[in-house]
Design a binder for this molecule. Structure first.
Ligand code: ATP
Ligand code: ZN
Length: 210
């Protein structure tokens, strides 16, 4: 039988915990980050190391069968994938933030303002839900410097401790969504016996942690 493929983050905040979870499931593999693909010696599985942004699309297209990625990225890419299991790590929240001395006080005050973000789709849905008409400035990183530079009136970004906001003269203003890492699967694969076996192992690792 052909090996299944699971895509995990190559490097970054989810890499270590994703690797650890798979090892805790009893999977034996070399963690060669430079080779981008590694074979599990004792299970029908190959591991692909990718940028997190690419993972939902790979799974949607069936290039990978499974993936581990943050909900924020799944939502932003709008990929159609199956949620198999919430993993309890990589917790963070996507928030709106404004300058410390901003005159913005309520969500409605964002009408006519501009908001910088790397999450334009999530932000657009959020603004639509609250019927707010704001201009979304999409930038790919260092979003926190945008208000100080005059690019935007607010930002929408992932905040964990708030330290980066503070050092850029910003303060959190509203929660857009929270997120954690999710084991996702290609649609229509739920009955696959190898996936069921892996999912059971993942669930027992998670239960042992409770
Ligand atoms: P890549 O190079 O794979 O694109 P990245 O820079 O986009 O990586 P990371 O900063 O490594 O991403 O974050 C990966 C994921 O970890 C985020 O999408 C989010 O789901 C989660 N996460 C948890 N805590 C944080 C945090 N404090 N800041 C950012 N992301 C966090
Ligand atoms: Zn990324």
């Amino acid at each position: 039988m052909k090996n299944l493929k699971i895509a995990i983050q190559k490097s970054g905040r989810l890499n270590e915990k994703s690797v650890q979870l798979l090892k805790n499931c009893g999977l034996d593999f070399e963690n060669y980050k430079s080779s981008l693909i590694t074979t599990v010696s004792n299970f029908n599985l190959e591991i692909l190391f990718l940028r997190d942004d690419d993972i939902p699309g790979y799974v949607e297209q069936g290039i990978a069968d499974l993936g581990i990625v943050g909900e924020n990225v799944i939502d932003e890419t709008q990929a159609k994938v199956q949620y198999l299991q919430r993993l309890g790590f990589g917790r963070c929240s996507l928030k709106l933030a404004i300058a410390k001395d901003s005159s913005i006080e309520r969500l409605e005050d964002l009408n006519g303002k501009s908001i910088a973000t790397s999450y334009p789709n999530i932000l657009r849905n959020f603004l639509n839900e609250y019927k707010i008409n704001a201009d979304i400035q999409e930038i790919s990183g260092s979003v926190e410097i945008a208000p100080g530079l005059g690019l935007s009136d607010a930002i929408c970004d992932i905040v964990s401790t708030g330290g980066t906001l503070k050092s850029n003269g910003l303060k959190p203003f509203a929660d857009v969504r929270s997120s954690e890492a999710i084991l996702i699967g290609r649609e229509g694969l739920e009955e696959n016996p190898i996936i069921c076996e892996l999912l059971q192992r993942v669930q027992s690792v998670l239960r042992a942690k409770e």
